[in-house]
Design a protein around this ligand. Structure first.
Ligand code: G3P
Length: 226
């Protein structure tokens, strides 16, 4: 499973990239708003992320009609070769995805919650599909079970005739909120987990690692003073 960072924060992206595990970034309008960025700076901000990250960077269209989403998608894709256009899973989004994919522009279909949505996204030619986990948990449903269903259903079929030629669809576990979500997504075989910075940091931490390190340091001090 690859790790993407779910953020638009440049400092977080630079830091995670230095760890050697970052394979891509996903942004959304909320995450960009959190940076305090202005509309006029949005395209430059995406370009900057694309320079830092050696991998796909999802930039979301906020349009609601297929024509506008396609226009947005073309503009976003022109910013950098590693831009992936993020498109909501809805009828207009499916139609736009079909067109963008036919032009060789990779699409990440987002706000995907169900198996039928995921299959339709794959059929329309999505390069990535982002089933949301945490938002199911927020409404007292089992987000991980929903993710497992999506992965199992997509695995039943071959979507190589849909989408950008030569590229197969990958599942991005999104709305990931904890190392438990990350671990379960990996066990299910999710291709990618897109993870907030704080959660990614937690993924490398363990109290037994800290305790072990502490005792090694103390023992090494004894060796130095012997
Ligand atoms: O990038 C979309 C998704 O990961 C959002 O997560 O925590 O806002 O549900 P969350």
């Amino acid at each position: 499973m690859k790790f993407f960072l779910d953020t638009a924060d440049l400092a977080e992206i630079e830091e995670a990239a230095s760890w050697g595990v970052l394979a891509g970034v996903t942004t959304n309008p909320t995450l960009y708003a959190r940076t305090g960025g202005k509309l006029a700076d949005f395209h430059n901000h995406i370009k900057r992320i694309c320079e830092i990250v050696d991998g796909p960077v999802s930039a979301e269209s906020v349009a609601m009609t297929r024509e506008e989403i396609i226009r947005d998608g073309r503009e976003l894709a022109a910013l950098a070769p590693n831009v992936v256009v993020k498109v909501p899973t809805m009828i207009e989004g499916l139609a736009a995805t079909k067109q963008l994919a036919s032009e060789g522009i990779p699409v990440n279909m987002t706000l995907c919650f169900t198996v039928p949505q995921a299959i339709m996204a794959a059929r329309a030619g999505a390069r990535y599909i982002s089933p949301f986990v945490g938002r199911f948990d927020d409404i007292a449903e089992d987000g991980l079970a929903q993710l497992a269903d999506v992965i199992a259903a997509l695995g039943n079929y071959d979507f190589s005739d849909a989408g950008v030629a030569g590229e197969s669809v990958e599942v991005i576990a999104a709305s990931v909120r904890s190392p438990h979500h990350v671990a379960q997504a990996a066990l299910m075989g999710a291709d990618i987990a897109t993870v907030p910075f704080a959660t990614l940091k937690k993924c490398v931490q363990h109290p037994l690692t800290d305790r072990g390190l502490d005792s090694f340091m103390k023992d090494w001090e004894k060796v130095q003073n012997a």
